[in-house]
Ligand binder design. Structure first.
Ligand code: NAD
Length: 504
C-alpha cells in the first residue's frame, strides 16, 4: 500500500512559530509555568514517529495550584462577577481568534493527532468556533423562574414570594480525549464559562498542542487570570489528581467508558457533580428502500472519517438482505479508494491512528474477528512498514457474540451483518451496553421515525451520520454516559439551582 507522504511539515507561519517553542508549559493563574517536578513527555507526529515538541507533566502540586487559581478567580468575581454580556463578548472574541488562526490550528491538530488537514479545517476547528459562538449567546440567556406556591401558613397579612437562581456550579475540571481535541475541548469550555464557572482543563496526553494554543488565545482575548487553567500530563498522574481534588466541584469528562468509571470513583470524596460522554458502538440500519446514492458515501464517511476515531462512528452495519450485495460492493469500493498518508499531504483522505500503540490494538481486533469467523471484505492490514496506519476495513458475516461486534474498536473498522425482519434488527441494534448514536437509512419516513423511537441511543440520524451542531444535544444512554453536551441545556450541566422563598 502506498502512503501519501509528500508533505509532512507545517507551513503555516503561526504553526511554525508555535512549534519553534518546543517545551510547552502549564497555564496557571494566567502564567505559563514549568511543572514543579520538571517532568516532561514528548509530542509525537503519529504519521512519521517524529517528536514535534514536549509537554509538561503536571503532578499533584501543580494541579493544586491550578485548582486554587480557578477557585480564586471564582471567589474574586473576576469571571462570574462580569455581566453576562461581558462574558458572552469574551467567548465571542475567542471564536473570532480561532477563526483568524484556523489554518494554524488545523496544521497543529494534524501534526499532533494525525487527522487529514481538511478534517480540522472544514469540520473540527469550525465546530469548536461554533461552540464558542453558540454559548457566547447563551451567557445572556440564563434565567430563573418565579414560582407560585401553595404555602398557606404565613403570618396574617404576609405573602410568599419564591424564585430560583441558576448559579455556577464552581470550579470545573474538564478532562478530554485525543480523537478530536479542539472541538471536544470547546464543547466543555464554552458552556462552563457561559454559566460563570472557572475551569481547569486537562487535555489528552497524546494531543495537548491545540489546547495550549487555545490557552494563549484566551489570554490574547482578555480573559482574566485563573478563569482557564491548563494542566497537561498522563491520565494516571494529572487526570487522577484533578478528578480526586476536593476543591473541584464538577468533572466534565469525555473519554472511554472504563475511565468514566474511574472518574466516578474519584469523584466520590467530595461528591462532585459528574457528566460523562463515553464510548459507543453505533448501529447503522439500512432498510430495503434506502437510497444507496446517499447511503454508500454516508455510511463510509460515518465509519472512516477521522480513521474511525469518533465516539459516534457508525461501526455496526445491519443491512437488509435485499440490498446487501449492492451496498457492500459500494462500501468496499469506497474503502479501496481512500488514500492513506500524512494528514498534511493534500492527497490524503485517511490519516494514521493516533499512535502506533492504538493502531496495534485495532489490528488485534481485526485479527480476533477473523479468528472468530468474520469474513474480510476490505482492508484488514496495517500500512506496510508504517504500523500507525490501518487500512479501511470491512468485516462481514459477524455474529452478535463476537468481540468486534460488542466492543468499541475506535478505528476504521466496519462490522456488517444482514437482516430480513425489522423487529429482529431493532433487537440486535439494542443488544449493546452502549447507547450513544445510531443511523437509519430509508425513504420511508414513517418507518424512519418509528425506528428512531425504538432505538436505544442518545442521537438517531436519518439518512445521514455524524451530523453535529452546537445547537444539537449529544450524549449517551446506558454505558455511553450521563448528560448531554451542546444544545441550549448544556449550560445546566454547569449550574446549581438555588431556590429563594421569602415571606414578604
Ligand atoms: P481515555 O478515557 O483513555 O482518556 C480520556 C482522558 O481522560 C484523557 O485526557 C486521559 O488522560 C484522561 N484519563 C485517563 N485515565 C484517567 C483517570 N484515571 N483519571 C482521570 N483522567 C484520566 O479516552 P481516550 O482513549 O483518550 O479517548 C477515546 C474514548 O473517548 C473512546 O472511548 C471514545 O468513544 C470516547 N469519546 C467519547 C465522546 C462522546 O462525546 N461520547 C467523544 C469523543 C470520544
Amino acid at each position: 500500500m502506498k502512503l501519501h507522504m509528500a508533505r509532512t511539515q507545517a507551513t503555516n507561519a503561526g504553526a511554525l512559530a508555535f512549534l519553534s517553542r518546543p517545551d510547552k508549559r502549564l497555564l496557571i493563574a494566567g502564567e505559563w509555568v514549568e511543572a514543579r517536578e520538571g517532568g516532561r513527555m514528548p509530542c509525537i507526529d503519529p504519521a512519521t514517529g517524529e517528536q514535534i515538541g514536549s509537554i509538561a507533566i503536571a503532578g499533584p502540586e501543580d494541579v493544586d495550584a491550578a485548582v486554587a487559581a480557578a477557585r480564586a478567580a471564582l471567589k474574586s468575581g473576576s469571571w462570574p462577577g462580569l455581566t453576562p454580556a461581558q462574558r458572552g463578548g469574551l467567548l465571542w472574541r475567542v471564536a473570532e481568534l480561532l477563526e483568524q488562526h484556523l489554518e494554524e490550528l488545523a496544521e497543529l491538530e494534524t501534526l499532533d493527532q494525525g487527522k487529514p488537514l481538511g478534517v480540522g479545517l472544514y469540520a473540527e476547528i469550525p465546530g469548536g468556533i461554533g461552540q464558542f459562538r453558540y454559548f457566547a449567546g447563551q451567557a445572556s440567556k440564563i434565567e430563573g423562574a418565579t414560582i407560585p406556591t401553595s404555602i398557606d401558613y404565613q403570618p396574617p397579612g404576609k405573602r410568599i414570594f419564591a424564585y430560583t437562581r441558576p448559579e455556577p456550579v464552581g470550579v470545573v475540571a474538564a478532562i478530554v480525549p485525543w480523537n478530536s481535541p479542539l472541538v471536544l475541548t470547546a464543547m466543555k469550555l464554552a458552556p462552563a464559562l457561559a454559566a460563570g464557572c472557572t475551569v481547569v482543563l486537562k487535555p489528552a496526553e497524546d494531543t495537548s498542542l491545540t489546547a495550549i494554543r487555545l490557552g494563549e488565545l484566551f489570554t490574547e482575548a482578555g480573559f482574566p487570570p485563573g478563569v482557564l487553567n491548563i494542566v497537561t500530563g498522563p491520565g494516571n498522574v494529572t487526570g487522577v489528581a484533578l478528578a480526586r481534588h476536593v476543591h473541584v466541584d464538577k468533572v466534565a469528562f469525555t473519554g472511554s467508558t472504563e475511565t468514566g468509571r474511574a472518574i466516578l470513583d474519584a469523584a466520590k470524596g467530595n461528591l462532585k457533580r459528574v457528566s460523562l460522554e463515553l464510548g459507543g458502538k453505533s448501529p447503522v440500519i439500512v432498510l430495503p428502500d434506502a437510497d444507496l446514492e446517499l447511503a454508500i458515501p454516508g455510511i463510509a464517511q460515518g465509519i472512516f472519517f477521522n480513521a474511525g476515531q469518533v465516539c459516534v462512528a457508525g461501526s455496526r452495519l445491519y443491512c437488509h438482505s435485499e440490498l446487501w450485495d449492492e451496498l457492500l460492493d459500494g462500501l468496499c469500493a469506497q474503502a479501496a479508494d481512500l488514500k492513506l498518508g500524512h494528514g498534511l499531504d493534500p492527497e490524503t483522505q485517511l490519516g494514521p491512528l493516533v499512535s502506533r500503540l492504538h493502531a496495534g490494538r485495532v489490528m488485534q481486533y481485526i485479527e480476533s474477528g477473523i479468528g472468530d469467523g468474520a469474513q474480510k471484505l476490505a482492508g484488514g492490514e496495517c500500512g506496510g512498514d508504517n504500523e500507525s496506519f490501518v487500512m479501511p476495513t470491512i468485516l462481514a458475516g459477524v455474529r452478535p457474540d463476537m468481540a468486534i461486534v460488542r466492543e468499541e474498536i475506535f478505528g476504521p473498522v466496519l462490522v456488517a451483518a444482514t437482516f430480513d425482519d425489522t423487529d429482529e434488527v431493532i433487537a440486535q441494534a439494542n443488544d449493546s451496553h452502549y447507547g450513544l448514536a445510531a443511523s437509519v437509512w430509508t425513504e420511508n419516513l414513517s418507518a424512519a421515525h418509528r425506528l428512531a423511537e425504538q432505538i436505544e441511543a442518545g442521537t438517531v440520524w436519518i439518512n445521514g451520520h455524524s451530523l453535529y451542531d452546537a445547537s444539537l444535544p449529544i450524549g449517551g444512554i446506558k454505558q455511553s454516559g450521563w448528560g448531554r453536551d451542546s444544545g441550549r441545556r448544556a449550560v445546566e450541566n454547569y449550574q446549581e439551582l438555588k431556590t429563594v422563598c421569602a415571606v414578604i
